[in-house]
Write a protein that binds this ligand. Structure first.
Ligand SMILES: [Zn+2]
Length: 238
């Protein structure tokens, strides 16, 4: 995963690098952009055998000593593998499955909050003592139902499962961005108008597919994208 940091030095960079191993690694591992050093935290940390968090603390200290200034861009999670297993692919698969479950759980919570708010604003019959815009009683009831596990079945918001144009648009999108390497999730993010470190909004919001399918179920886009990608990659390999 990538964390990119532009960095400026007050002391001339080579002088600082001579007495600071982290700065030396940064100079080695970074690209120069507009007079700033842009680098990935995990690659520099690996290079000097530091944890990403240690490197961050180190940079923070240099910042406090007014040796450097830096700015954090494109934050992402990064994992440290403490014990390398025999089958690293199965570890990756387990992590993906676990993150998928976390995602489902978070989406369910968000759906619940959304449904409760929609109920309060449009469907509440004021039977629980709500009045005008004051809907504390019915919101409390919804929250109680959530915590007692009574609202499992209907919390999920029904969005369009598919759109007539989704597959065709995915194909056009892939063809017009043939140079990029997409995953189904990356395509779903772009179609929902969500930036990510690998596909930042500053660049990708320029495509007219950006956010176009925000009303279509995220997973439905991922499924469509998966099928189109298999077809597209297959066609370009042969
Ligand atoms: Zn109410």
């Amino acid at each position: 995963m990538k964390n990119r940091y532009p960095l400026w030095c007050h002391t001339p960079p080579p002088v600082l690098a001579a007495r600071d191993v982290a700065v030396a690694a940064i100079l080695k591992k970074s690209e120069m952009k507009d007079g700033q050093y842009v680098f990935h935290i995990p690659s520099v940390a690996n290079n000097i055998r530091m944890q990403a968090s240690e490197l961050l603390n180190h940079l923070q200290n240099l910042k406090m000593k007014r040796e450097i200034t830096y700015e954090l861009k494109d934050q992402a999670f990064c994992y440290t593998i403490l014990e390398v297993p025999n089958d690293i692919c199965s570890l990756a698969a387990q992590l993906t499955k676990w993150l998928g479950e976390v995602e489902t759980c978070k989406v369910r919570k968000l759906d619940m909050v959304y449904n409760a708010s929609v109920f309060a604003t449009t469907a509440c019959d004021k039977a629980l003592g709500c009045n005008n815009d004051e809907h504390t009683p019915c919101l409390q009831r919804k929250i109680q139902e959530y915590f007692s596990g009574d609202c499992d079945a209907d919390t999920h918001i029904q969005m369009d499962q598919n759109s007539r144009f989704l597959r065709a648009d995915t194909k056009v999108f892939l063809q017009s961005n043939a140079q990029a390497k997409f995953t189904p999730r990356a395509i779903a993010r772009i179609f929902h108008g969500l930036g990510s470190p690998a596909f930042p909004s500053a660049t990708w919001s320029r495509t007219h597919f950006w956010g176009r399918y925000a009303n279509v179920e995220f997973r439905a886009i991922m499924e469509a994208a998966k099928e189109e990608l298999v077809y597209f990659v297959g066609k370009n390999v042969t």
